[in-house]
Design a protein around this ligand. Sequence first.
Ligand SMILES: Nc1ncnc2c1ncn2[C@@H]1O[C@H](COP(=O)(O)OP(=O)(O)OP(=O)(O)O)[C@@H](O)[C@H]1O
Length: 262
Amino acid sequence: MIQSFCIQASAIQLPPINSHSSRNATVTDSFAIDAKNISYSAVSRQGKVLPILKDCSLRVPSGQFWMLLGPNGCGKSTLLKILAGLLSPDDGFLHVERPRSFVYQNPDHQVVMPTVEADVAFGLGKLNLTPDEIRTRVAKALDAVGMYEYLKKPVHTLSGGQKQRVATAGALAEACKVLLLDELTTFLDETDQIGVIKAMRNSINTSKGITALWVTHRLEELEFADGAVYMEDGKIVRQGDAISIRKFIEDKLASYVNQINL
Ligand SMILES: Nc1ncnc2c1ncn2[C@@H]1O[C@H](COP(=O)(O)OP(=O)(O)OP(=O)(O)O)[C@@H](O)[C@H]1O
């Protein structure tokens, strides 16, 4: 059953969102992630209030793979943690389909069991499944991320990218509807980066109704996305299909380079 949680129901009007259907996506009216006017502040050790997110609204259609981009420190991880329920916003309205899962940048923080099979099965303990059901789910999830042949392998023998895929398989095995993925490719070499992102794209394509939001700094990864959100200084500046967001960011970078070359 899809569950949702509302932090504060409100009748706030959403700003128009520049969202188009894309090559891999179907047009949909339903949003797995729907956030309106989210604000979040932290408090410094000196007791000063530090606004981090300012009036952020975004929508991600169900069944799509979206990316969240922006300069260092603009608030991407904070927003992702709010969508995952790891932080509570100060204000706004939030709907995220459940179950949802947050996958961390460093796979060593969440790949905890000695073998691949045991690790993917780890989160299933709470679901009251038979051993056969667990085996089937683990096999299907590992297959979706291209890691089935590693089923019996010790986790410590895997590369960083393979561990990321195992961590993602854990979320898929739990039948998560929404995956929130925080810079999974940051510490990976090029082969592992491509492997992880292709595995994610494949999981979205082959699953029914999984939605993913992927934080990244790499513009080239937009090639795999249906849509994207661009942030600056705690605000959402633009959102829409991946091609137009890539062009928007490239134009911004070009204009910046022109300015410093003057
Ligand atoms: N608990 C906190 N206390 C003080 N400042 C914080 C706290 N959490 C986040 N910040 C600040 O808020 C801003 C946004 O942080 P966040 O990690 O969300 O940015 P980001 O876009 O994910 O950055 P990066 O791309 O470098 O990972 C940063 O300036 C960060 O230092």
